[in-house]
Design a protein around this ligand. Structure first.
Ligand code: GLP
Length: 241
């Protein structure tokens, strides 16, 4: 795993943008695997600025997102589809038809997982952006998720519900379940770009980079990926330096 330690969030976002820009420049038809959460917002801002200033086009790019809360869709401003529209898609020239995310409101959840897995088989990510949960989760693959997992419905852990409650009015509003790409779908990406900032991610980053490869720390599976780059700030890197 390549590890880049940046001094702060802004520098982390700059370095992440460099990796992303290279992929889009080399392949205007790239498949981008995208993530939500506060961590990649700086990267998305830089993609928007670059699009506005330098005309980098996303017309022929397509995207697959990692996960979505079960029960939420674009009508909820807490949904991940809403997040992607407001933080990125509405500000670049991407065709929304080329953007993909699980349908949180699907009536048949098993069928929705199957649909998404079939789609992913036809759309290998040229790059997959990831954040990391403080308990080492990636997407919504919580500790104990099999490395061979594909898109599935998960029961969120109490720690994730608590961490994510800051985005909601109160903790009771956080959905208890979510759709998520599995670890196998993530590992299928040609390139992985994982970002982490802040002291509350230091333990998870240790598990990602230095810990045993174990299903108890889902992110540790990335040690087995042939092209994975971690960009983190000093605080998140505290235990790996
Ligand atoms: C959520 C998302 C993850 C994300 C994590 C960390 O649980 N499902 O994809 O990596 O939160 O979020 P943040 O970047 O806000 O710390």
């Amino acid at each position: 795993m390549k590890v880049i330690i940046a001094k702060d969030y802004e520098e982390m976002s700059d370095k992440a943008f460099d990796v992303m820009a290279e992929v889009v420049k080399n392949n205007p038809k790239a498949v981008l695997g995208l993530a939500t959460g506060s961590t990649p917002v700086g990267l998305y801002k830089r993609m928007i600025q670059d699009h506005e200033k330098n005309g980098t086009s996303y017309k022929n790019v397509s995207t697959v997102n990692l996960d979505e809360y079960a029960g939420l869709d674009y009508s909820s401003d807490q949904s991940y589809v809403y997040f992607m529209r407001t933080n990125l898609f509405d500000h670049i020239d991407i065709d929304l038809k080329n953007t993909n995310i699980e349908n949180g409101k699907a009536a048949d959840r098993a069928a929705e997982c199957e649909r998404y897995n079939k789609l992913l088989e036809t759309m290998k990510q040229d790059i997959q952006v990831l954040g990391i949960g403080s308990n080492g989760h990636i997407a919504f693959n919580e500790p104990g998720t099999p490395f061979g997992s594909v898109t599935h419905i998960v029961d969120l852990t109490e720690s994730t519900i608590k961490d994510n409650s800051r985005m909601f009015r109160n903790v009771d509003e956080v959905p208890r379940q979510a759709f998520t790409m599995g670890l196998k779908n993530i590992m299928n990406a040609k390139k992985i770009l994982i970002l982490a900032n802040g002291a509350n991610k230091a333990r998870a980053v240790y598990g990602l980079v230095r810990g045993d490869v174990t299903e108890a720390v889902p992110a540790s599976v990335l040690q087995l990926h042939p092209d994975c780059t971690l960009v983190c700030d000093e605080a998140a890197a505290a235990l790996i330096k």
